[in-house]
Ligand binder design. Structure first.
Ligand code: ARG
Length: 589
């Protein structure tokens, strides 16, 4: 792998040596390099240094400037204001830097791996068995998948965990019902579609519920069944397995529609920790982290109180002996830290569960399961709202079926693609395929382009719009480059570092160089929206470049080649960046 030193790192190094040469005691101090509108970079670090050395900042800045080696990377450096440095990069350095990225055969565009790679468990895409998925599950899947891709790209070892809700009291009712009505999940056709699977489950759930509410004897049998389930009684487990299998058919069909890979072995639901629950509770009780209160095993927190001022505990075992959501999550932490050897655990879960995770993490810290060397982080996301600004529901007030929603997005996108299809020369098959990538991309991008914790409005009209901060805009930017490359005929992309660059070329080139630092930063902070913002700006800079710089009709053959090269690096960066967000970039659009 050929990783490329970014321009900002080179400038940083040049400045650091100039600083040390001027002021030996400044060795190792940060020149505070920033992107700037006035020059390519600005360094603000001299002010603080001057203060410390009791020197005049402007004079110190002048001395540093005289020490900066100009030529290869830095074309010009000058002092501005009270002692800032304005730095201009040499055109040649920009082109050579991009050429090195272009030459990276691994397809990584010279992006280095993170310095300290470790193991991260990402807990995401965790729907519940025998229940319909809702938009919240979509958010977890989309955000989690992007985080997984981004982390893996930086060299992190990622373990995916789909912590599905497949355990708990409602299963007693379902299992008992299915046992008494054994043919209700029999399939006539060999292949059950996701939609069928869901409607089977839905029907079963409703019927079981009805019986549970009206028949006392059934209720008793159902309650006994939960105990059998948690004790691992084989026949009960077998029936439970049917529910899980049927649900998985449905989950997989939604994930497939989402154009997302979810692997069966990574699905380790709540049930997967059943064997650890008793021990988790015992350890908590023995260490005094948890105490008995009104029969239940509880953990208390200074700062967690209800509206009545009374402490609200985390309940790890209910007074009837049953284990809940918290016991499962605590056991999962033990597994992830001690068996999977996680250095970080990221939970992509609705912000409404923040208190739960705060208490779970704190409990695990007290118990010594989460040490100082392990990071536990809830990547909390906000609520999906309808156009009216209220939580997203159908007009009838029901939850929106995810499959319907994705189908509608694809339908709209296909219409958009079809409109331009004649001009681009798309076959019917390509229209269908692109419609899918554009529609699914639109849904994902809308989710990923705002900070996760914020609520966002689900507005399909806006999502498939060609103008503005949408995935379609980015996909068109990519396809337009491909079209230019196809039209170039004999001319091939080639870097010509000897050519002077126009302002729009410089701006594009400097932004392309930032891809590496953006990805590494996003991986560090788990903020995919910053990658989306980066890509959007890249597409915007590309648009200005087209306005100002003809490509195929440029002045000289070298100029044509160099611009083809510049757009090709842009295309590869767009493609790679979008892939990290889980979004495809069709070649023709
Ligand atoms: N199944 C849960 C839900 O639908 C999300 C699970 C989140 N992950 C976890 N480890 N608790 O709300």
């Amino acid at each position: 792998m050929a990783s490329v030193t970014s321009l900002s790192d080179s400038v940083q190094q040049h400045l650091a040596s100039a600083l040390t040469a001027t002021l030996p005691e400044a060795a190792g101090s940060d020149p505070l390099l920033r992107r700037s509108d006035r020059a390519d970079f600005q360094a603000n670090g001299i002010l603080a240094l001057a203060k410390k050395a009791k020197a005049n900042p402007r004079e110190l800045a002048d001395q540093v400037v005289s020490q900066v080696a100009t030529g290869d990377v830095i074309a010009d450096v000058e002092v501005s204001g009270p002692g800032f440095l304005n730095i201009t990069i040499a055109d040649r350095a920009i082109t050579e830097n991009l050429a090195a990225r272009y030459a990276d055969e691994s397809g990584r565009l010279g992006v280095p791996h993170a310095e300290h790679a470790g193991t991260t468990v990402v807990d995401y895409a965790q729907p519940n068995v025998a229940k319909e998925m809702h938009v919240g599950h979509l958010r977890s899947a989309v955000i989690g998948d992007a985080v997984v891709q981004i982390l893996e790209f930086t060299g992190e070892q990622v373990v995916r965990r789909h912590h599905i809700g497949d355990w708990g009291t409602q299963f007693g009712m379902l299992i008992q019902y299915l046992d008494e009505h054994p043919h209700e999940l029999d399939h006539k056709a060999a292949r059950v579609t996701g939609e069928e699977a869901m409607s089977n489950l839905d029907r079963l759930y409703k019927a079981a519920r009805k019986l549970f509410d009206s028949d006392e004897e059934f209720k008793t049998r159902a309650r006994r069944r939960v105990v059998d389930l948690q004790a691992g009684e084989p026949k009960t487990l077998a029936t439970w397995q049917k529910f899980v299998d049927e649900s998985k058919i449905y989950f997989f069909s939604v994930f497939e529609k989402l154009d997302m890979e979810v692997r069966d072995p990574d699905i380790v639901g709540e049930s997967g920790y059943n064997d650890m629950l008793a021990e988790t509770c015992r350890l908590l009780e023995e260490s005094g982290v948890a105490v008995r209160s009104e029969g239940a095993l509880c953990v208390f927190f200074e700062d967690v109180k209800g509206p009545d001022g009374k402490p609200v505990p985390l309940i790890v075992q209910k007074s009837d002996g049953g284990y809940g959501y918290a016991a499962t999550d605590l056991s999962a932490i033990r597994d992830r830290v001690f068996n999977l050897k996680a250095n970080s655990i990221v939970y992509v879960v609705d912000a409404r569960q923040s208190l739960h995770f705060k208490m779970v993490f704190e409990t695990a810290r007290r118990a010594g399961w989460l040490g100082d060397d392990v990071k536990a982080f809830q990547l909390a996301f906000g609520t999906v709202l309808g156009k009216d600004g209220k939580p997203f529901k159908t007009r009838e007030g029901e939850t929106v079926k995810l499959e319907d929603l994705l189908d509608e997005a694809v339908e709209r996108a296909t219409a958009v693609v079809r409109e331009k299809a004649g001009k681009v020369g798309l076959t019917e098959q390509e229209i269908v395929e692109n419609g899918r990538y554009v529609g699914v991309g639109a849904v994902k991008y809308a989710d990923l382009s705002t900070s996760a914790v914020r609520d966002y409005k689900f507005d399909l009209d806006q999502m498939v719009s060609l103008n503005g901060d949408t995935s379609v805009y980015l996909q068109y930017a990519y396809a337009r480059i491909q079209s230019i490359l196809r039209k170039a005929g004999e001319a091939r992309p080639a870097a010509h570092p000897e050519l002077a660059l126009a302002p729009a070329e410089r701006a594009l080139g400097l932004h392309l160089d930032r891809f590496a630092e953006t990805v590494l930063e996003v991986a560090e902070s788990y903020e995919p929206h910053k990658l989306a913002a980066y890509l959007y700006q890249l597409a915007t800079l590309l648009t200005s470049f087209y306005d100002q710089c003809p490509v195929l009709k440029a002045e000289s053959p070298e100029q044509v080649e160099n611009r083809l090269f510049l757009v090709d690096v842009t295309a590869r960066t767009l493609h790679r960046g979008m892939a990290l967000l889980g979004i495809r970039t069709p070649e023709k659009l």
